[in-house]
Design a protein around this ligand. Structure first.
Ligand code: ZN
Length: 83
């Protein structure tokens, strides 16, 4: 048996997997209030999609429950240990 060149270890894959396990995905929706035209972000709720009209959202700026539109939905990986 001939000894071939040693394969380099592949720690990078393990690192990525470990990170994915530790981090949790947080989804957020960016909403525009129709009344004050202000933009605010709140946690994603099931059924949210971009450009969806919602009419029972309370705007944190003008405190009105008015029709709002979802402008954008984004997700980020957060470290639960830092929260
Ligand atoms: Zn508003």
């Amino acid at each position: 048996m001939s000894e071939g060149p040693e394969l380099p270890p592949i720690p990078s894959i393990g690192d990525v997997l470990g990170r994915k396990k530790r981090f949790i995905q947080k989804k957020s929706s960016v909403i525009r209030c129709k009344k004050c035209q202000g933009k605010y972000t709140r946690s994603f709720r099931s059924g949210d999609y971009t450009f969806k009209k919602i009419d029972n959202e309370k705007c944190p700026d003008c405190k009105e429950i008015t029709q709002s539109t979802i402008l954008e939905i984004y997700s980020e990986w957060i470290d639960p240990k830092k929260e």
